[in-house]
Design a protein around this ligand. Sequence first.
Ligand code: NIG
Ligand code: FE
Length: 402
Amino acid sequence: MSGLLVRDCAQIVTPDGAGKVLVHEDAAILCEDGRIAAVGEPGRFAGHKGETISIHGGVATPGLVDSHTHLIFGGNRANELELRAQGATYQDVAAAGGGIKSTVASTRGLTLDHMVQIGRTRVRVAMAMGTTTMEAKSGYGLDLETEARTLQAYRALSAEGPVEIRATYLGLHAVPEGIGKAEYVAEACDRILPELANRGLVDAVDAFVEVGYFDEADAKRLATAAEQYRLALHLHVDQFHDAGGAALARVLGATSADHLEHTGAAGIEAMAESEVVPVLVPGSVVGLGLHRFPDAHAMLRAGLPVALATDFNPGSSPTLSLPLVMALACRYMSMTPAEALCATTANAARALRLGDRGSLKPGMRADLALWSASDYREIATYFGINLCSGTVIEGTPYLASQ
Ligand code: NIG
Ligand code: FE
């Protein structure tokens, strides 16, 4: 037997495909040719001759998948923390020239090299906390040159590996200075998107559908343009108001509907009758000091494959930690640790249409997160403490101790 054997696992835990997890106690896992070959009791692998690592009684799960990030941006928005402490809301800060627009100003000046450097550091931080696949959005350029550079940086980082990055053109994030909304939407959909798609820089598109940003008609126009290039559609919806965003995601055939803090019963029902994956981002609720979390429980009751993501960005959710997001979901959204693990693995992979990862079934990509814990529920129990002791990506180990 060749390949990589991960042994001395107190638990190997994987989604079972039906919203629950399967726990193998005192087990080992064999990876061959970058894929999972087998999970089982250690004696079964006694003849293994290839590379072996011991995780010393730790836990192995599928590598975590972060299905919603705004990975590359310039500058920081630390001043907004102060403004919010004095009572300003996210919308007040944006109206005073802060928010997304201020990040656009500090991102436009970055060279491609600088973007790659910034992105690389952040990917390493995420990977050290168990992330093995990420989605990353543009949307802090809002002009062809900067959007293209950001997306090129994602392609470069993904090629460099080991974390695979799926690139999303978030063209409709905010209306840039000096242009009206209608004109900008036309520019984004009819000129920028085709250029980016023809250059092979995008896997998906996204729009921020919210009062004061973009509306249903704008999102529809983007979706129609994206369809021509067979790109997936993600949508930021119902973050601050229930504006029917979840139902819109269904109508437009979106792969995911993200945020959903204000989505009510009708939106949940609409998603349940479709293939839309709800991607919940409690980091952005806590990040803004707000209290209204999405109704994950109603979504789970409706049979939806709820995913959790960081929404890493400089304004609302400055965290790259999926374990922290799981911890928040277990406290504030009544999710169980098992539901939170499915939400950052199998369901998150589904939100990115990646059918080859997110569980430890034989034949899946050999992507693992390794944890210094003896019970997988510890991952979401602790917060502000990193229990991740390493990852395996496509069968190659990356251990924190090395
Ligand atoms: O997902 N809501 C829109 N976009 C981001 C925030 C972006 C920013 O504030 O820079 C989000 O929360
Ligand atoms: Fe976001």
